[in-house]
Design a protein around this ligand. Structure first.
Ligand SMILES: *Cc1c(COP(=O)(O)O)cnc(C)c1O
Length: 388
């Protein structure tokens, strides 16, 4: 191991850099999770976390990674053999689909090219054909972290409404929550799945389900086996400020601090900051003469950018060089994108100069890997950051 001075640049699209404020909040003594101080913490937290999801309804918090919250969304609302419709937006959508199949659901998977989001037109066609209303739920990954493509959830909702189809809408916002505009209630989402280690700037270890009235009603008749992830005992205990089992107390301290930070900056400003950083990153990529993986400008992700290295170049070699030389971690190409792309995370606790440093490191890494890039790319990004 080489020693490195200064801070490591953790520019993968999650886990993200954890701000000092949050680290300090977590480093408090663990308290009795059945005592009055904990009840105050929970009640305060459950209120503060709602606006982050754009809801005034319940948010269930699990001591889990995002994958646990995926499972919770399915097992609380569905029954064995139920048909669900999912979109092949990329690696994470594929993993969620596989989970649904393992749980005994019948998944209709709308094929995709990993460069586009969930297609509202394809959804409208499937819904129109489903006159018997056999489809029980639609599963969509809002921000596909393997590709840097953000699906247009309001258009997905509109397709459901126009078809007057009763299917539940389940949305994974794991890498968009707290980074990209998202509105659980306004967009008519039934279960929003989130987790701690991406836009919420926390270490891994918390999973979330924001739940609609309709999803709560579905939970009353859903028959997939569930115990640890069952919403009901958690919501019952939450009403008194508690959890049915030992919660991740110290991560909850961190979550409170994260909510305060998002409140202070204002969610609209947080989203605008991510949009700007994403625009600057794309300016760099184009300036270098490389291609952004996302093919539709309406679907550019503001939390990460996947970059195609092109030709016979190995994206993982670029990542290795950047890690060795500049102590920066970038996201690898996942699934069928392995070796072809690297991903720049620009979400969470991040500012103009951290992005400038990130892009400078990427540019030097590309050059050291022998990929002919135009060094004007960095300048193009700086112009976006500088503004007029
Ligand atoms: C990170 C991620 C997941 C998986 O979350 P884990 O915390 O690794 O279980 C699922 N979906 C998306 C979109 C993600 O970015």
């Amino acid at each position: 191991m080489t020693a490195h001075s200064g801070r490591h640049f953790l520019q993968i699209p999650g886990p993200t850099n954890v701000p000092d404020r949050i680290l300090r909040a977590i480093a408090q003594p663990t308290i009795d999770h059945r005592g009055p101080e904990f009840a105050e913490l929970t009640k305060d937290l459950l209120r503060r976390v709602q606006p982050v999801f754009g809801t005034d309804g319940p948010v269930v918090i699990y001591p889990s990674s995002g994958t646990g919250a995926w499972e919770a969304a399915l097992v609380n609302t569905l029954s064995p053999g139920d048909r669900v419709l999912a979109f092949e937006t990329g690696h994470f959508a594929t993993l969620w689909r596989e989970m649904a199949e393992r749980l005994g659901l019948e998944v209709e998977f709308v094929a995709g090219d990993w460069r586009h989001g969930a297609d509202p037109v394809a959804l409208a066609e499937r819904l129109a054909a489903d006159t018997a209303h056999r489809i029980a739920a639609i599963m969509v990954v809002h921000n596909e972290t393997s590709t840097g493509v953000t699906s247009r959830i309001p258009e997905i909702r509109a397709a459901l409404d126009e078809a007057e189809h009763p299917a539940l809408l389940l949305v994974d916002t794991i890498s968009s929550l707290g980074s990209i505009d998202y509105r659980h209630r306004e967009w008519g989402v039934d279960v929003t799945v989130g987790c701690s280690q991406k836009g919420l700037m926390l270490p891994p270890g918390l999973g979330f389900n924001a739940v609609s009235e309709k999803a709560l009603a579905a939970a009353r008749t859903a028959r997939l086996p569930r115990s640890y992830l069952d919403w009901t005992p958690i919501l019952d205990a939450n009403a008194h400020g508690f959890y049915p089992y030992t919660p991740a107390t110290n991560l909850l301290y961190g979550l409170r601090e994260a909510c305060l930070m998002l409140e202070e900056e204002g969610l609209a400003s947080v989203f605008a900051r991510h949009d700007r950083h994403a625009a600057a990153t794309r300016a760099a990529v184009r300036g270098w003469g490389l291609e952004v993986l996302c093919a539709d400008p309406r679907e550019y992700s503001s939390s990460l950018t996947a970059v195609l290295v092109g030709g016979a170049h190995d994206a993982d070699k670029v990542r290795r060089i950047i890690l060795d030389r500049f102590d920066m971690s970038l996201g690898t190409g996942l699934g069928r994108l392995a070796g072809r792309v690297f991903r720049i995370g620009h979400l969470g606790d991040f500012n103009d100069l951290s992005l400038a440093g990130t892009l400078a490191g990427v540019q030097m890494g590309l050059e050291l890997a022998g990929i002919a890039v135009d060094p004007g790319g960095l300048q193009d990004a700086l112009e976006v950051l500088r503004g007029e």
